[in-house]
Ligand binder design. Structure first.
Ligand code: TRP
Length: 348
């Protein structure tokens, strides 16, 4: 399912090439939800088959918005469980937490030498978020520099992202170009791999699915909790009474059906909606059951991981170890090119 809104010049995963190195990051907002899954995780799992992948829980990005130091560790842990439960595989991919690899912040600082403030101020995410604040933390403005550092530290060539991150990725390329131009070619300009799912709307059928809007369904939720959430989903607003004809093409529940319900049942779901022969509640019950089925394996794996948290910590520590090896080699080169190898590398 190609996203029709994807710009044609954006390369797909195929064009990114088998030899490419993939990096992506996700903020630690706790257990992953359907939007995280459809917009990112599902694709990350597949990319592991033919790419060298780095998947990072970006806790240092989280401090640029509302966050609680007491809750952050749980949110990191819960997201790690979600990663592993859906099939990110520590044997094949490097899965780690950003703050475990100090080189991310070091490179972010060094990239300050070439990152243009004018561009930072033009970022849509920055404009949206800063407009609501009386006092703007510098981190909100500099957020894309840290994101560029994440990617460039591993000299990644391909970055799976949602549409809302394309602007940040374009800026990453600009920073790479400027740095390469000034200090000598080192960083590849990373290409986006655009999520196939497009924008996943929340249960309100209106805004992007997001934890902070409380319009999500957790992928690891128990069946009754999934139903408790899905039953509140907004359907076609024109369908008021049970036997009113509905419009599946404008209904977010139908969109979710297309992702989770057996494809053979989709024509019937659409047809009964249009004819007004199946009520929205019944239709949502089918969706809820599909979601529950889809994640039954993931729920089982998550339960095992939660029963043995040390296993999760061990995986993240091994991931960080592998990431650090790679990060150190890039940073050594960056320091040298920027004149910080003054003792001939003896200090490192
Ligand atoms: N800003 C990204 C988001 O909110 C998260 C992120 C941080 C990221 N560093 C990254 C994504 C590097 C891709 C690559 O979704």
């Amino acid at each position: 399912m190609a996203d029709p809104s994807a710009a044609t010049e954006q390369p797909t995963s195929g064009e990114a090439g088998a030899a490419s190195r993939v990096f992506s990051g996700m903020q630690p907002s706790g257990e992953a939800h359907l939007g995280n899954y459809l917009g990112a995780l599902r694709q990350w799992v597949r990319l592991q088959d033919d790419h060298e992948c780095f998947f990072c829980i970006v806790d240092q990005h989280a401090i640029t918005g509302e966050f609680s130091p007491d809750e952050l560790p749980t949110r990191v842990f819960d997201l790690a469980v979600s990663f592993l439960a859906v099939g990110l595989d520590p044997e094949r991919s490097t899965i780690f937490v950003q703050s475990d690899v100090a080189e991310h912040t070091e490179l972010a600082w060094l990239l300050n030498a070439v990152a243009p403030v004018g561009e930072l101020e033009r970022m849509t995410q920055y404009k949206d978020k800063s407009a609501r604040l009386e006092s703007i933390p510098a981190g909100l403005l500099n957020y894309p520099i840290l994101q560029a550092a994440d990617i460039l530290l591993y000299r990644a060539t391909a970055v799976p992202v949602g549409e809302d991150q394309l602007q940040h990725l374009e800026l990453t390329r600009e920073i790479a170009r400027r740095w390469n131009g000034r200090f000598g070619s080192l960083f590849p300009e990373p290409q986006p791999i655009l999520s196939e799912a497009g924008r996943i709307l929340g249960l309100d059928g209106n805004a992007k699915m997001s934890k902070s809007l409380d319009n999500t369904v957790g992928i690891l939720a128990e069946p009754d909790e999934v139903w408790g959430r899905v039953r509140t989903a907004v359907t076609d607003p024109q369908r008021v009474r049970r036997d009113d004809p509905g419009r599946p093409e404008v209904c977010n529940v139908f969109t979710l059906h297309k992702h989770f319900t057996d494809p053979e049942r989709i024509p019937d779901i659409a047809q009964q909606c249009r004819a007004g022969t199946r009520g929205c509640v019944e239709c949502k019950k089918i969706l809820s059951d599909s979601i529950v089925d889809h994640f039954s394996g993931a729920r089982a794996r998550a339960a095992e991981l939660r029963a043995d948290p040390d296993q999760v910590y061990r995986i993240l520590e091994e991931g960080a170890e592998r990431a650090r090896r790679e990060a150190r080699s890039t940073i050594r080169e960056v320091r040298e090119r920027m004149g910080m190898d003054w003792a001939g590398g003896r200090s490192r």
